[in-house]
Structures are given as structure tokens and as C-alpha cells.
Design a protein around this ligand. Structure first.
Ligand code: HEM
Length: 119
């Protein structure tokens, strides 16, 4: 894995842009102390498993090297910046490819101009 990709993965771990996702319970479940009930809505944040020291030693440290060592592969579902399951992000590959759009060493590109006003 190129070092740049390891950096991007770490950035998405520490600062997941989609920090809250939702699901409907399709069968009885008890996440933690909650019982959402049939069809209950469950919100969850990838921020929590991404910073859980059970899966990520020194969890708050941006450490690209941890991504370069195959012996330190993340536990399944401890890393979900693109979601998981049937509704996983369809742009996972393009999303990971964002790094290629950023030439190494360049500053963050300016935000595109927003169209404003009603038409
Ligand atoms: C760093 C970049 C990106 C991040 C962090 C990201 C993250 C996510 C997340 C967290 C979800 C919800 C998944 C879930 O509920 O399990 C999602 C859904 C989705 N993403 Fe992305 N995404 C990125 C880039 C893209 C790109 C480039 C595209 C389009 C090419 C895209 C298209 C979609 C679509 C269509 C869904 C809805 C999938 C569904 O509900 O079936 N994403 N994304």
C-alpha cells in the first residue's frame, strides 16, 4: 500500500466525513443497553469504533505505519468510513482514489465556487 493511501486511510479513520449513519432494526437486537424494538431506528457513528483502543492502539494518533503492516490489519467493522453491508458506499473505490486527485505536496485545493440564488 502506498504511503499516501495509508495517510488517507488514517485521516478517514480519525475524521470520518460521514460521522453518523442510520439503520432500521429488522430483528430484535440490543446494541449496548438499548432495545430499539421491531423496525426501530438505530443511529451509529464510525467515530467510536475508529477511536476504540481495543482495535486501535494509540487510537488518537495519526499513524500511517499501522496501515502498512499486514499483521496489524483492522478488525472487521472497526473501520467503516464508507459504511458496511448492503448500503455500503458505492464510491468506495473512487473515494479512495481521491488521493490521486491531490498531487503530493500540493496544498488543499480551493473549494469549488457554489452556485447561489434561486433560478
Ligand atoms: C472519501 C469519500 C467518501 C466517503 C467517506 C463516503 C462515505 C459514504 C458513507 C458512510 C455512506 C453510507 C454507507 C452506509 O450507510 O453503510 C455512503 C453512501 C453512498 N456513497 Fe459514498 N463516500 C465517499 C465517496 C463517494 C463517491 C466518490 C461516490 C460516487 C461515485 C459515492 C456514492 C455513494 C452512494 C450512491 C451512496 C449510497 C449507497 C446506498 O445507500 O445504497 N460516495 N458513502
Amino acid at each position: 500500500m502506498p504511503h499516501t493511501e495509508a495517510v488517507v486511510r488514517e485521516v478517514l479513520r480519525l475524521w470520518p466525513p460521514t460521522w453518523l449513519m442510520g439503520r432500521a432494526a429488522v430483528r430484535p437486537t440490543t446494541p449496548g443497553e438499548w432495545e430499539p424494538g421491531p423496525e426501530g431506528q438505530v443511529m451509529f457513528s464510525p467515530y467510536l469504533p475508529h477511536r476504540d483502543p481495543r482495535w486501535w492502539p494509540a487510537a488518537d494518533v495519526l499513524d500511517p505505519d499501522r496501515r502498512l503492516d499486514p499483521r496489524r490489519a483492522p478488525h472487521k467493522h472497526s473501520y467503516v468510513p464508507f459504511g458496511a453491508g448492503p448500503r455500503v458506499c458505492v464510491g468506495t473505490r473512487p473515494g479512495a482514489g481521491l488521493r490521486r486527485a491531490l498531487p503530493a505536496g500540493d496544498p488543499v485545493p480551493p473549494a469549488p465556487a457554489l452556485a447561489t440564488g434561486n433560478r
